[in-house]
Design a binder for this molecule. Structure first.
Ligand code: DHE
Length: 556
């Protein structure tokens, strides 16, 4: 697997630097280092960073460090036993209990408790020449269909990430049939569509990008490239005249922006995002790219640089010579979505419990709003045109049970603009919500809670009435969909929602494990009845689902 090459390089650098002996009395053999580096990359780096300086999760380097409240952190001072307990049990702040859930064995938990007391190793860089070695055009552009080859309603296809098996299922949303299952990168994170919807793009945690041609009778990967070693975001050029022209990948490591040709994925430009924090001006090598959205009104991507707290407005009209406007926003920028008018982009700054609203028409930060909850995590958020507050945008939180809605119309609803107009409490203790979703035609917002430690709360769907702004129903997932073949690993509850093209069905994934195929449940979005469980032996660890029509038009 390509990922292993990157990681062995990381381990090799570590060995050369003599890190095995670095911390007093903690020694790991080369095999243990290799295993721990792999686990760290798969499970920990996303939240704590490759350099372990913290982001969604805290600083976990051996040396002490003062956090913003003045408290000192350092893994050496915490010690192996306490670290083991945290890794095993998780924390109320949203850290999963890796041992308790069965995902890591007791030995692996102990290994990780030791590993994070050793100094981190700087992972390798990647050039355009390196990327080109992995670039493949599998079906040349002139050999692809000139018009859709299928009679199916391909705009109502759903791309579903099959996370732990590194595949993507393309499902016909009208017929609820699997049309094809294609290979993707390691632990694919998200899918996005080209402006026309014809091309579906995937980005893997290992930085591998694929483009799938949905016009083919059986959709296939037509080009692929490994852009970096660690990534979470991808989007496309959506402005008039640039439709389907470019794709862009946002990398966690090396922290960078990679522009690709839309149909072939040929790399065009590579820009480092290493920069200075917006507030204290500290140089930050690990300034990772979090969410990216494509502006429909300008040839521009809105690119959120997590650790520096900067939003980059990236003009791709001349992609070899991009124009970049850097907006000073807030830390740590993570996920977000458009408001109803698609003028404002709202993004979570999760270390500060705030949401940043960016005015993409004027190219400025319009407002920074404290949400009142802990660790906002909107996914792309949920938009509502409310009878009293006008257009509002809602986000959930990982660390608390608040679903918070913010006014987004400074012209006609000035009184409510950029203010929290509703704080909807999910029932029961703790947060654990990852995604909220709605559709303009639906009267409800749906919320999940897959990382809440309470099994009951974790396995329900929370239904919020858009007018009342209250939870009006909880839907319990039937037990038969929550069974695991591996008794040590539990099947988690529903994760992530997506609507069909018409907006009358909402789909959610049952988040299983590698051994257990799990269902995608389709609910009637009005009656809230379970309409269909899509079950197929190939559907293993389904996570994100992306309807072609809704994703190409940013409907949420
Ligand atoms: Fe995600 C979106 C990063 C954990 C499923 N995730 C995003 C985005 C980022 C991100 C930056 C926004 C992309 C965009 O819009 O351009 N996610 C991270 C992490 O760093 C984190 C916290 C830890 C990690 O190591 O990856 C993380 N994410 C998860 C999960 O555990 C989930 C549930 C399953 C998985 O794949 O690991 C998960 N993330 C998703 C999904 C989206 C997403 C389904 C897209 C939501 C949408 O509706 O667009």
């Amino acid at each position: 697997m390509k990922l292993k090459i990157g990681l062995s390089a990381i381990v090799a650098v570590g060995l050369m630097g003599g890190i095995l002996q670095a911390a007093d009395n903690i020694k790991l053999s080369p095999e243990e280092m290799k295993k721990a580096s792999q686990i760290y990359f798969d499970r920990c780096a996303g939240c704590h960073g490759m350099l372990r300086k913290g982001a969604l999760g805290p600083w976990i380097r051996p040396e002490p460090h003062k956090d913003k409240k003045g408290a000192m952190h350092g893994t050496k001072a915490i010690g192996t036993e306490a670290l083991e307990s945290i890794i095993y049990n998780g924390t109320p702040g949203g850290m999963p209990g890796w041992g308790k859930s069965g995902e890591l064995t007791k030995e692996e938990v102990k290994l990780m408790a030791k590993f994070i007391q050793l100094p981190p190793v700087t992972p390798p860089e990647k050039s355009i020449a390196d990327m080109k070695k992995s670039w493949k055009v599998i079906v040349p552009v002139d050999k692809r269909p000139k018009k859709p080859e299928t009679k199916r309603n391909w705009k109502n296809y759903f791309g579903v990430v099959l996370r732990d098996v590194g595949k993507i299922a393309v499902i016909d949303g009208d017929k609820k049939e699997v049309v094809s299952v294609v290979p993707s990168g390691f632990a694919t994170h998200i899918l996005r569509m080209s402006k026309s919807g014809r091309y579906m793009y995937a980005i893997g945690r290992d930085g591998k990008a694929e483009v799938i041609d949905l016009w083919m009778k059986e959709p296939k990967v037509v080009a692929e490239i490994r852009t970096c070693n660690d990534a979470r975001s991808i989007d496309t050029s959506k402005y008039k005249g640039y439709e389907d022209e470019y794709a862009v990948v946002g990398c966690y490591w090396p922290p960078s922006i990679v522009t690709l040709k839309g149909d072939t994925l040929e790399p065009i430009q590579l820009v480092s995002t290493a920069s200075y924090t917006y507030d204290t001006g500290e140089f930050t090598r690990e300034a990772r790219v979090a969410s990216i959205v494509a502006n429909h009104h300008k040839p521009e991507w809105v690119i959120n640089v997590k650790e520096t707290g900067q939003v980059w407005l990236y003009n791709y009209a001349d992609p070899r010579n991009p124009g970049i406007k850097m907006l000073m926003a807030e830390r740590y920028l993570h996920d977000g979505g458009w408001d109803l008018s698609k003028r404002y982009f709202l993004v979570a700054a999760n270390a500060r419990n705030k949401v940043v609203a960016v005015d993409t028409e004027k190219g400025k930060v319009e407002a920074i709003i404290p949400t009142g909850g802990t660790k906002p995590h909107p996914g792309r958020g949920a938009n509502v045109n409310h009878p009293k507050y006008g257009p509002i945008w809602c986000t959930g939180h990982i660390g608390s049970n608040d679903i918070v809605c913010i006014g987004t119309d400074p012209k006609k609803h000035k009184k409510y603009a950029w203010k929290v107009v509703a704080d909807i409490k999910l029932p029961g203790e703790g947060g654990g919500n990852l995604f909220v979703k709605t559709h303009p035609k639906c009267k409800y917002i749906f919320a999940d809670r897959p990382v809440n430690p309470d099994r009951k709360l974790q396995t329900q769907i929370y239904v919020i009435d858009k007018n009342k702004l209250k939870v009006v129903k909880t839907i319990k997932i039937p037990d038969k969909y929550l069974k695991s073949k591996d008794p040590k690993v539990k099947v988690r509850g529903p994760v992530h929602f997506e609507f069909n093209q018409k907006g009358d069905e909402v789909w959610t994934s049952i988040w299983g494990n590698k051994l257990t195929p799990t269902a995608i449940l389709v609910y009637d979005a009005n009656s809230l009845k379970l309409k269909k469980a899509i079950e197929d032996p190939r559907i293993i660890t389904p996570t994100g689902k992306f309807n072609v029509y809704n994703t190409m038009n940013d409907i949420y």
